[in-house]
Design a protein around this ligand. Structure first.
Ligand code: IFM
Length: 452
């Protein structure tokens, strides 16, 4: 048995997001979010549920922090609900909405848990969507007002900040493919959306640094490595296409200050752009977007295998037999985490990387003793952590790992059927039950190592 030891100062954490766990839909002046609206439309959420209550974390955060303490985590990654803070989207700051996060942060610190705050994890005030949402450049300014409000109140205690979670999902799932709120299908508009997200990120960095002394500021990208189905030049080109569309469209502006030319040409060919001129980029934007950050957050779940079909279109190939997939239909491919860390480090040399999310949806019922033995989740975490440790050995500045997720929660368009939690949540009683993976993760944190 080999032991994979992590550095002494490695940060162990768990992650969640506001819309997925808080509930408290109408508490203390919170307004409607785009996910409240999206979920209210029949057919948008697979199990017909809505995020009105979810895990009721808004009322139970103290109990949830006790669970984090039981796990022994060093840090908690959570997000703030914009509709709680500026309910009208523009204008008055709702201090009562901030009170919730104020208490959450204090409670975390009392338990020696470092807060890692994400400003935008997809719950846009609906009122801003009514003005065009992320497709409207003005939203970047509204995001700055929101950022300022949050950092003014919490910046004395919160020292780890991420601007956005997974801009690719916001852009493509929300505005290009319509699977996520606001449910739009407009590829040309989606490019504008991506740009405004990245621009608002760049502007926010300066705002956060000014108001929160000695903070680390970054952004979280869901990196998906692509592999060719065969060694043919066509399949390699499909990999290039995917990487441009999914990863480089975000990481190159961030680190190199420009959009990838080959991916621009792909968009022109697809008719999403009239020419390689990007009409939404204004003077100075790319300098702002590429403002230096302190870390890159990477979310890793799986890989994709790409090929060209008979018509020359780049398509994903079903990767693995069913028993190697999670309940999301995603292949379990731990080496992809190693490859991603190595690639990102070589190409972009971020100062520091956090794995800001990694985890798997597997459904297990409690046995007759009430125990939930989620062995596949344990194997998933173990194998990914082994690869993370190998990447550190190979020189990647990986500084922490956040398991997704603390609790079974509202998994967006899938509702509550996809369970990522270390703790199960009974929807009727809101009782939390530790799964076996929770004690496994706690043991891993204590020993600061994984064993294969
Ligand atoms: O639940 C999501 C999370 O909100 C963003 N990253 C991926 C997770 C699993 O799909």
């Amino acid at each position: 048995m080999a032991s994979y030891k992590f550095p002494d100062d490695f940060l162990w954490g768990v992650a969640t997001s506001s819309q997925q766990i808080e509930g408290g839909r109408h508490e203390a002046g919170r307004s409607e979010s785009i996910w409240d609206r999206f979920a209210s439309i029949a057919g948008n959420i697979d199990d017909g549920s809505n995020p009105d209550v979810t895990c009721d974390h808004y009322n139970r955060y103290r109990e949830d922090i006790r669970l984090m303490s039981d796990l022994g985590v060093d840090s908690y990654r959570f997000s703030v609900s914009w509709p709680r803070i500026i309910p009208e989207g523009i204008g008055a700051v709702n201090e009562k909405g901030l009170d919730f996060y104020d208490s959450l942060v204090d409670e975390l610190l009392e338990n020696n848990i470092k807060p890692f705050l994400t400003l935008y994890h997809w719950d846009l005030p609906q009122i801003l969507q009514d003005k065009g949402g992320w497709a409207n450049r003005d939203i970047a300014k509204s995001f700055i007002d929101y950022t300022q409000a949050v950092v003014n109140r919490l910046g004395d205690r919160v020292k780890m900040w991420s601007t956005h979670n997974e801009p690719w999902c916001i852009t493509t799932l929300g505005y290009e493919e319509g699977h996520h709120a606001p449910g739009l299908k407009n590829p040309a508009e989606a490019l504008r959306v991506a740009h405004h997200l990245m621009l608002s990120h760049g502007w926010a960095i300066d705002v956060i640094r000014r108001a929160s002394d000695k903070s680390e500021v970054g952004i979280v990208h869901n990196y998906c490595p692509a592999y060719p189905h065969s060694d043919s030049p066509e399949d390699h080109d499909a990999v290039r296409w995917f990487d441009g569309f999914f990863n480089r469209w975000y990481l190159e502006p961030l680190y190199n200050g420009s959009y990838p030319l080959d991916a621009i040409e792909d968009r022109v060919r697809a008719g999403h752009l009239e020419s390689s001129e990007l009409p939404f980029v204004e003077d100075g934007d790319m300098d702002i977007i590429s403002s230096p950050t302190d870390f890159l957050g990477l979310n890793y779940y799986s890989r994709t295998i790409m090929k060209k079909d008979n018509s020359g279109k780049a398509v994903a190939v079903p990767a693995a037999p069913k028993e190697e997939l999670t309940d999301m239909g995603w292949e379990v491919f731990p080496k992809g985490l190693y490859d991603s860390l190595i690639n990102v480090n070589e190409k972009y040399q971020p100062k520091k990387i956090y794995i800001a999310e990694n985890g798997a949806a597997f459904s297990y019922d409690a046995d007759k003793n009430g125990e939930i033995t989620d062995s596949r989740r344990i194997a998933y975490f173990r194998d990914h952590l082994m690869n993370a440790q190998k990447a550190i050995k190979a020189g990647v500045p990986l500084a922490g790992y956040y398991a997704w997720s603390l609790l079974d929660n509202f998994e967006w368009g899938f509702g509550f059927e996809k369970r990522f939690g270390l703790y199960a949540v009974d929807p009727d009683t809101q009782n939390r039950t530790a799964k076996k993976s929770a004690s496994w993760y706690s043991g891993t944190i204590t020993s600061n190592s994984v064993e294969d």
